[in-house]
Design a binder for this molecule. Structure first.
Ligand code: FMN
Length: 207
């Protein structure tokens, strides 16, 4: 899946997501915020200047977002993104109200919309995690110039002795039958069973 496709699912299908910010006491705060637009430049949401959420964004312009689509755990996809935000003022406000007509019920008049500011999440990275397929599927992504490194575990091919230890404890069956063993990162749960059982410490933690 492309990054744009993942951001579109977050914006269009999940739409209301949990946003984490940091307050003046350096404590985490969460609130539910709607994702109004997505494009090649990132994600867009809005808030009112009087809100504590607005204050937190202006003081520390970073967010972590998580959203989930699905009826229950085994039919769900979750998308998480962390990154940097900036206010773009009233830019794209009209477009947001056109694309999300329910907003006119919350802010019915032009005067009431005066309080609103649009924010852009312009640089970020994240993960798509799909529990509706077995084994689960995960994919990392980034945009706006952000880089990410692979997290989880890898097997050092120079140390692997080809025993069955890691394969016997892997819940998602994502370790190769070939030697040296290789972990498929798109299905790895990061449980660490392989790391703990390996008799020659060939499994390395990446983060
Ligand atoms: C489904 C849903 C969507 C919401 N979307 C937004 C939004 O897009 N922008 C916003 O400012 N508040 C939105 N809210 C309200 C915020 O979650 C609420 O104002 C929150 O308490 C803000 O945090 P604060 O009180 O720390 O400022 C939404 C609430 C719900 C239930």
């Amino acid at each position: 899946m492309t990054t744009q496709e993942i951001l579109d699912i977050l914006q269009r299908d999940i739409h209301s997501a949990v946003f984490a910010t940091v307050d003046d006491q350096c404590l985490p705060q969460t609130c539910v915020i709607d994702l109004m637009l997505s494009d090649g430049e990132g994600l867009y949401f809005l808030t009112a200047r009087g809100k504590s959420f607005y204050h937190r964004l202006m003081v520390r312009p970073y967010v972590a977002i998580s959203g989930r689509k699905g009826e229950d755990t085994l039919s769900s996809v979750a998308i998480s993104v962390q990154g940097a935000v900036r206010s773009i003022g009233k830019e794209r406000l009209e477009e947001i109200f056109k694309k999300n007509p329910y907003m006119a019920k919350i802010y019915p008049t032009e005067q009431s919309r005066d309080a609103l500011e649009v924010f852009q999440l312009y640089r970020g990275k994240g993960e798509y995690f799909d529990l509706s397929q077995q084994p689960p599927f995960r994919q990392t992504f980034s945009f706006g110039g952000e880089t990410f490194h692979q997290t989880g575990y890898r097997i050092n091919p120079d140390k692997c002795i080809g025993c069955q230890g890691c394969r016997s404890v892997c819940p998602s069956g994502c370790i190769s039958s070939t030697i040296p063993r290789v972990i498929d990162p798109s299905h790895c749960l990061h449980c660490g069973n392989c790391f703990r059982i390996c008799p020659v410490k060939a499994v390395e933690k990446l983060d």
